[in-house]
Design a protein around this ligand. Structure first.
Ligand code: GLN
Length: 469
């Protein structure tokens, strides 16, 4: 029976004729069927994936992702396929074009096997805000998979695809990767084109990669990154093929304010501290750096992202596309009101209202302008840190995966769980979660590593080094 360990090993099996792409797809289709209860996939493109696999089997292996079976988060467009962002408002929406990232995967021979469940429009940390039900954690199905890319993380963990795409506006790749125990990578802002990613907070959003290893993550990243005429914020330089192997000793910072934060599970803190010692023993130069803006990061994130979301989501009015209410409308206003009231879920509405409030006359300067100033300060502080250090290590989350229903009635508690992940999005720097820890409850949790945007290659090399140990 086929079991996947890496793209390289998979390609070796294809080359020696011990496996075909069709067999690989069949394997995933039956695994998806057997794990339906996890609720990872909103739709599986079974017939199409098999057809493409048989076409690939008839060709030589040319593409770097030849026959690689990939699931994509449901807020990423794939031409001719539905994409709903796990929202009722887009339930029957079919994409007219593919996201640049998806197009690049397909051009390298990837097989897109289906679309993955997530929090509605990426808004959430537990995947409980999906209009189509939560994703269950494959390690313990009474617990959340994390969000918002819960389906993307759980599918990789449960062996329901080889790699997946997610999106990360404030931790949505890293947090579910941490909760499920896989690698989750958020590229630096602009590394990957956002064309075809449904906008949540446009100055924060990035498409990210979830995989079993740093090698597979890097392979996919190389392919999806690079300039794109459809996204003016995509950076011009390309990420050339690079060697992951390195024995370089790094200068690594950590924030004692995070390690000892009042909200952190003492066991997470303890294991991180032991890990710092291990890094030192291995010759890395690890130093504490005081980070005084910790209390401001969650409020700043939620003011700025809700403001951007309130504007981005105004396009869903039910007139041109998306859900349209059956209720009769006496005027245009009530037409919009019915469509949006019935189409959006509770958390999305909360954020649209919050965002509209912080942008309103009279409150704009007090909230939005202030938050932008804090974001600027955060960027400056971060730049100073990266003058002296190559990398920062941190927790991803104050807790391990919690029980379904444990936090979803308390939005503030949920927002506070984002305290360690939103920093990378506020400052635009790349960040990864590596599955290196195990809690006494037997659940995995991850190590977060951040670098400056110029240092992405070193972030991946360091991560690779750690995963080899
Ligand atoms: N939990 C964060 C939020 O709800 C992160 C979301 C994301 O990265 N898409 O905004």
């Amino acid at each position: 029976m086929f079991s996947f360990s890496s793209i390289e090993q998979y390609h070796a099996l294809l080359r020696t004729g011990n496996l075909t792409c069709v067999q690989a797809v069949q394997h995933y289709l039956s695994a998806i069927e057997q794990n339906k209860h996890l609720n990872c996939y909103l739709e599986v493109f079974a017939a199409e994936a098999l057809q493409r696999a048989s076409e690939l089997d008839a060709q030589e292996i040319r593409g770097k992702l030849h026959g690689v079976v990939i699931g994509i988060k449901d807020n990423i467009c794939y031409k001719g396929h539905k994409a709903s962002a796990s929202s009722k408002i887009l339930q029957n929406y079919t994409s007219l074009y593919s996201a640049t990232a998806v197009e690049r995967l397909v051009n390298e021979g990837a097989i897109i096997i289906g679309r993955l469940n997530c929090d509605e429009f990426g808004m959430g940390s537990s995947n409980e805000n999906s209009a189509f039900g939560p994703v269950l954690n494959p390690n313990d199905t009474s617990r959340v998979a994390g969000g918002s890319s819960g389906g993307s993380a759980a599918a990789v963990k449960a062996g329901l695809c080889m790699v997946s795409l997610g999106s990360d506006t404030g931790g949505s790749v890293r947090l579910p990767a941490d909760f499920c125990g896989v690698v989750g990578y958020k590229p630096g802002y602009g590394r990957v084109s956002r064309h075809g990613l449904m906008a949540y907070g446009s100055s924060f959003d990035q498409i990210g990669v979830l995989a079993n290893s740093v090698e597979d993550t890097a392979t996919v990243l190389e392919i999806i990154s690079g300039p794109d005429e459809f996204d003016s914020t995509a950076i011009q330089s390309t990420l050339e093929e690079f060697d992951l192997k390195s024995t370089k000793k790094y200068r690594v910072a950590y924030f004692p304010e995070w390690m000892n934060h009042s909200s952190i599970d003492p066991e997470i803190s303890e294991q991180l501290k032991q890990y710092i010692q291990l890094l030192k023993d291995n010759g890395h130069d690890v130093q504490p750096v005081s980070f005084t803006l910790t209390d401001f990061i969650v409020p700043t994130y939620y003011i700025l992202t809700t403001a951007e979301a309130s504007s981005n989501l105004s396009r869903y009015d039910g007139a041109r596309f998306g859900y349209r209410s059956a209720k009769p409308s006496e005027n245009l206003y009530s037409f919009y009101q019915h469509n949006r009231t019935e189409g959006f879920g509770k958390e999305v509405k909360r954020r649209i209202m919050l965002g509209t409030f912080v942008l309103s006359t009279g409150y704009y300067d007090a909230y939005f302008t202030k938050a932008q100033q804090v974001r600027q300060q955060l960027k400056q502080q971060t730049e100073l840190i990266f003058n002296d250090f190559d990398l920062i290590i941190a927790p991803n989350s104050p807790t391990i995966a919690y029980k379904l229903g444990e936090k979803d009635k308390d939005p503030l508690a949920m927002y506070m769980g984002d305290i360690f992940t939103v920093f990378a999005n506020l400052t635009g720097v790349p960040a990864i979660s590596l599955p290196v820890f195990k809690h006494s409850s037997n659940l995995p949790f991850g190590l977060q590593i951040l670098s400056s945007s110029h240092n992405e290659v070193h972030l991946l090399r360091f991560s690779h080094q750690l995963m080899q140990q």
